[in-house]
Design a protein around this ligand. Structure first.
Ligand SMILES: [Zn+2]
Length: 169
């Protein structure tokens, strides 16, 4: 868990999706109707959503320089199934990334969020905590972009404690 504030813009969707699973306890809010409702995931879409969640987590780990936590379907492979297009307003010329009308499954929304974050330059700052029992998604607001833990107070402190104990032996 993290006391950090939510990731900016559409990235908050990716962050909250990854954080539906607490790796330490195995608690998965997608198991509940309310939890699925937040992402408009039907029960039959649960397996796909979990696959997407772990593919995202692996990429967020990669953003922090870590290998995948487990074998996953490459995120690019999943997102290639989500069509996106550029919607341009004829009146004022403004443009935005959009999913085809009528079909906005979670995969398309995630693809749009990633595309938006790329444009905003925020994508690589969405990371997963390096603690193996955590891997919680967080947005790295450190000036140099070298944050390692979801929470300095929790996972950072635990890592320091482990190093300290290892030295004592
Ligand atoms: Zn953590």
């Amino acid at each position: 868990m993290s006391e950090r504030s939510a990731a900016p813009g559409a990235l908050a969707l990716v962050e909250s999706l990854v954080n539906t699973l607490d790796l330490e306890t195995g608690a998965d809010t997608l198991d509940t109707e309310k939890g699925r409702g937040r992402f408009a995931v039907p029960e039959e879409g649960l397996e796909e959503t979990r696959e997407l969640r772990e593919s995202l987590r692996a990429v967020l780990l990669a953003h922090a320089g870590h290998p995948p936590h487990r074998p996953v379907t490459p995120l690019g492979e999943l997102l290639s199934r989500a069509p996106l297009y550029l919607a341009v307003d004829q009146q004022d010329g403004s443009a935005g990334i959009a999913a085809p009308a009528g079909t906005a499954p979670l995969l398309s929304r995630v693809a749009a969020a990633v595309a938006e974050a790329l444009v905003a330059g925020t994508w690589s700052r969405l990371k997963a905590c390096e603690a193996e029992d955590c891997h919680w998604a967080y947005y790295d607001r450190s000036p140099a972009g070298r944050g390692r833990w979801c929470s300095m107070q929790v996972c950072g402190a635990r890592a320091k404690m482990r190093r300290y104990r290892a030295k004592e032996k």
